[in-house]
Design a protein around this ligand. Structure first.
Ligand code: UDX
Ligand code: ADP
Length: 460
C-alpha cells in the first residue's frame, strides 16, 4: 500500500450502523485506514461536513477527531473495494415487497449486487464482514457468488452482527456487552476471525469478544432482537389489562423487574416498538421457521408483532373514545416522531401508523420533533394535505385539541404545560404514549390525562 497504514478497512453503506461503527473503529485503531463508501453522494457529502446525515449523540465529536486522519468518506465504491483487505458490509436490507416471502423475508437483491461487485473488482484476498442483520445463511450465499465469479482472490465471509441501539450508539460501541464474530471452522476462516478480533481488542476486553460459527452468529442477532421486542410486547399486552382493571403498569413493571431472573430493562410500556430492526428481524425469523415447517414457532414470534400493531391501534381508538367519538377537524399535536428519543430515525416509527390512522379520522395533525422533522415529512408524503410540521412544541400545541406524546424526548418532560394549556382548545386532552409526564400535575392544570396502562384522569 502506498500509505503508511497497517491495513485498509472499507465499509460499504454509510448509514446508522456503518457510520458510527466505522467512526469508533477509526478512533480506537489509528493504524487502520477506514473508508466508508456509499452510492448516495448526498449522504457522503453530509458525512464530510458538519451536518451529519444522522443524529446520534456524541457522533459528531468522534467523526471530527478522526475524519481526514484515518477516517474517510467516499463515493468511490469500486476503487476502495480494490484497495481494502477487510470489507464491512453495512447496507440496508429492507423487507421484500414482492414475490415469494413478500412481507417477511429480507430483500437480498442489494446484497447480491454488492457480492457481485466485490467479486468483479477484487484483485487480492478479502475478508468480508456482514454487519447488517440478515436472514440466517446469507454468508453462505454470498460466498458462493464471490467464489464462482472470481478465481483470482480468496474471499472469507464472516458474520459480526451489530448490537448498537440508536440514540446510545457511541456508548454501546465503546462499551459493548459483547462483540460477536462468526467464522468458518477452517484454517482460513479462523485466521480471518483473528484479524477481526484484533481490531476489537484495541478497546474491548477479551472476555467480551465471543466467537462462534457463522450460522449461530447470524441467528443470535435475530434471536436477540426478537427477545427484546418480545419483552416490549409482553409489557404492552399487560398495559391493556391494566387500563381495564385500574392497575398501574409502571408499578407492575417495577415489581416484576425486581426479580433478577426477569430484570428491569426494556419493560417500559409504550405505543409500540419501532426502528429498523425489530419488526424486520422477527419477520425474518418467522419466515425461516415457516420455511422449515415450524409453524407453531413462527406463530409464536409473529404474535409479538401482532401485539405491537394492536398497541398502536388501541392508542388511536382510546383517543377517539376519549374525545367524544370523533376526531374530525380536531387539531392533534404529536410530540415526537422518531421511533425513540435521541435519534432522527423514523423507520417503522409508530408515529407513521398513528398519523395515518388520525388522517383517516379526518384530524388535522401537527408534528413536532427536535431532530426528525425532515424524515417525518418524507414519511407522511401520502397524507401531506392534513399534516403540518413545527419544530417549536409551544407553537405546535397552539389551538390544538389534544397532544399525543409519541417519542420520549427529554424536552417534553420539562415544557411549561401551564402555558401550553392556556393556548389549547378546551377541553384539552393529553395522551401520554410513553408515560413520561407528571400526570397529576397535568390534571391539576386542567388537562384530561390519558396515560398508558393506568387509570385516566378526566374532568367530566
Ligand atoms: C435495537 C436493539 O436494541 C439493538 O441491539 C439492535 O442492534 C438494533 O435494534 P434500536 O432499534 O436502535 O436497537 O432501539 P431500541 O432501544 O432497542 O428500541 C427499539 C424500540 O423499542 C423503540 O421504538 C423504543 O422506543 C421501544 N422500546 C424500548 C419500548 O417501547 N419500551 C422499552 O422498554 C424499550
Ligand atoms: P442501517 O440502519 O442498516 O445502517 P441505512 O439505510 O441507514 O441502514 O444505511 C444503509 C446505507 O447503505 C445507505 O446509505 C445506502 O445508500 C447504502 N447502500 C445500499 N446499497 C448500496 C450499494 N450497493 N453500494 C453502496 N452503498 C449502498
Amino acid at each position: 500500500m502506498a500509505d503508511n497504514f497497517y491495513k485498509h478497512i472499507v465499509c460499504i453503506g454509510a448509514g446508522y450502523v456503518g457510520g458510527p461503527t466505522m467512526a469508533m473503529i477509526a478512533a480506537k485503531c489509528p493504524q487502520y485506514k477506514v473508508t466508508v463508501v456509499d452510492i448516495n453522494a448526498q449522504r457522503i457529502k453530509s458525512w464530510q461536513g458538519n451536518e451529519l446525515p444522522i443524529y446520534e449523540p456524541g457522533l459528531l465529536d468522534i467523526v471530527k477527531k478522526t475524519r481526514g486522519r484515518n477516517l474517510f468518506f467516499s463515493t468511490a465504491v469500486e476503487e476502495n473495494i480494490k484497495a481494502a483487505e477487510i470489507i464491512f458490509v453495512s447496507i440496508n436490507t429492507p423487507t421484500k415487497t414482492y414475490g415469494s416471502g413478500a412481507g417477511k423475508t429480507a430483500d437480498l437483491q442489494y446484497w447480491e449486487k454488492i457480492a457481485r461487485e466485490i467479486s468483479k473488482v477484487s484483485e487480492s484476498d478479502k475478508i468480508i464482514v456482514e454487519k447488517s442483520t440478515l436472514p440466517v445463511r446469507t454468508a453462505e450465499a454470498m460466498e458462493r457468488i464471490l467464489r464462482v465469479n472470481n478465481k483470482k482472490a480468496h474471499f472469507e465471509v464472516l458474520s459480526n452482527p451489530e448490537f448498537l441501539a440508536e440514540g446510545t450508539a457511541i456508548s454501546d460501541l465503546e462499551n459493548p456487552d459483547r462483540v460477536l464474530i462468526g467464522a468458518r471452522d477452517t484454517q482460513s476462516g479462523q485466521k480471518a476471525m483473528l484479524e477481526i478480533v484484533d481490531i476489537y481488542k484495541h478497546w474491548v476486553s477479551k472476555d467480551k469478544i465471543v466467537t462462534s460459527d457463522i450460522w449461530s452468529s447470524e441467528l443470535s442477532k435475530l434471536a436477540a432482537n426478537a427477545f427484546l421486542a418480545q419483552r416490549i410486547s409482553s409489557i404492552n399486552s399487560i398495559s391493556a389489562l391494566c387500563e381495564k382493571t385500574e392497575a398501574d403498569i409502571t408499578k407492575v413493571a417495577r415489581a416484576i423487574g425486581m426479580d433478577r431472573r426477569i430484570g428491569s430493562n426494556f419493560l417500559n410500556a409504550s405505543i409500540g416498538f419501532g426502528g429498523s430492526c425489530f419488526k424486520k428481524d422477527i419477520l425474518n425469523l418467522v419466515y425461516i421457521c415457516e420455511y422449515y415447517s415450524l409453524y407453531e414457532v413462527a406463530q409464536y414470534w409473529e404474535n409479538v408483532i401482532k401485539i405491537n400493531e394492536y398497541q398502536q391501534t388501541r392508542f388511536v381508538k382510546n383517543m377517539v373514545n376519549a374525545m367524544f367519538n370523533t376526531l374530525a377537524n380536531k387539531r392533534i399535536t404529536l410530540f415526537g416522531f422518531a421511533f425513540k428519543a435521541n435519534t432522527s430515525d423514523t423507520r417503522e416509527s409508530p408515529a407513521i401508523y398513528i398519523s395515518h390512522k388520525l388522517a383517516e379520522e379526518h384530524s388535522r395533525i401537527i408534528v413536532s420533533d427536535p431532530k426528525a422533522l425532515d424524515n417525518a415529512q418524507y414519511d407522511l408524503k401520502g397524507i401531506a394535505d392534513c399534516v403540518e410540521f413545527e419544530l417549536d412544541p409551544y407553537k405546535a400545541a397552539r389551538n390544538a385539541h389534544a397532544i399525543a406524546i409519541i417519542t420520549e424526548w427529554d424536552i417534553y418532560k420539562t415544557l411549561d404545560y401551564e402555558r401550553i394549556y392556556q393556548q389549547m382548545e378546551k377541553p384539552a386532552f393529553i395522551f401520554d404514549g410513553r408515560n413520561i409526564l407528571c400526570h397529576k400535575k397535568l390534571y391539576k392544570i386542567g388537562f384530561n390525562v390519558y396515560p398508558l396502562g393506568m387509570p385516566c384522569m378526566q374532568h367530566f
